[in-house]
Design a binder for this molecule. Structure first.
Ligand code: GTP
Ligand code: MG
Length: 198
């Protein structure tokens, strides 16, 4: 588990983010899927990233410096139907800009609520990651909400559509935390392969 986690800042444009070469691990998924809760659980601080019952709470790129070695980036959630159209467009632009232009991004933790199917927004994000060859790690969140057998079935489904077996996670039960910490460490230490045209 990380020893030190420090909030660095909340940025609404990629021109504002830290300009050093430390790797970034970003957390993405639809609004309310549990991104901020997962991040807090990984660093063992309940209130580092703001969580909420109201979807759409995280509206900017929130940066946390982990052990002075890499950043966790809490991305704004998408797919919140009641958010104003302007806000939804801004989400798209900000995350699109971030994924497509920031080379420090070396891995994405991709969260899906274990009770839901992949949304169009989820698929758009996966397409961006694929185009940039950014590795991602799927996580099925709120695993405490399903029976073991239903969870395993969902995991199989996701593995078939994504080609990667998801990590089952529950902040409530601490399930999946050690596995995630280990896999994130590998992502953060791996350099991104440059694309052929770069
Ligand atoms: N039962 C259960 N509830 C969870 C779990 N993780 C998160 N939640 C709840 O889900 C709600 C949303 O959690 P957040 O972490 O704020 O979600 P988010 O993805 O950061 O949401 P946005 O910032 O709006 O995109 C909160 O009420 C959490 O308490 C979990 O593992 N189990
Ligand atoms: Mg959040």
């Amino acid at each position: 588990m990380p020893k030190k986690a420090v909030f660095v800042g909340s940025f609404t444009s990629i021109s504002q983010i830290p300009s050093n070469t430390l790797p970034h691990i970003a957390f993405a998924g639809r609004s309310n899927v549990g991104k901020s809760t997962l991040l807090n659980s990984l660093v063992g601080q309940r209130k580092l990233a703001r969580t909420s019952k109201t979807p759409g709470r995280t509206q900017a790129l929130n940066f946390f410096l982990i052990d002075d070695r890499y950043y966790f980036v809490d991305l704004p959630g998408y797919g919140y139907a009641r958010a104003p159209l302007k806000m939804r467009r801004e989400w798209g632009t900000l995350v699109d800009n971030y994924v497509n232009n920031v080379d420090n991004l070396c891995g994405m933790i991709f969260l899906v609520d274990c009770r839901r199917d992949l949304s169009e927004d989820d698929k758009t994000l996966l397409d961006w990651l694929d185009a940039k060859r950014i590795p991602f790690l799927p996580v099925l969140t709120k695993a405490d909400k399903l029976s073991r057998s239903a969870l395993l079935k969902k995991g199989e489904e996701l593995k078939i559509s994504l080609g990667v077996r998801p990590v089952f996670f529950s902040a409530l039960r601490g399930l999946g935390k050690d596995e995630l910490v280990e896999k994130i460490e590998i992502l953060a230490n791996a350099r991104r392969e440059p694309l052929p045209e770069e």
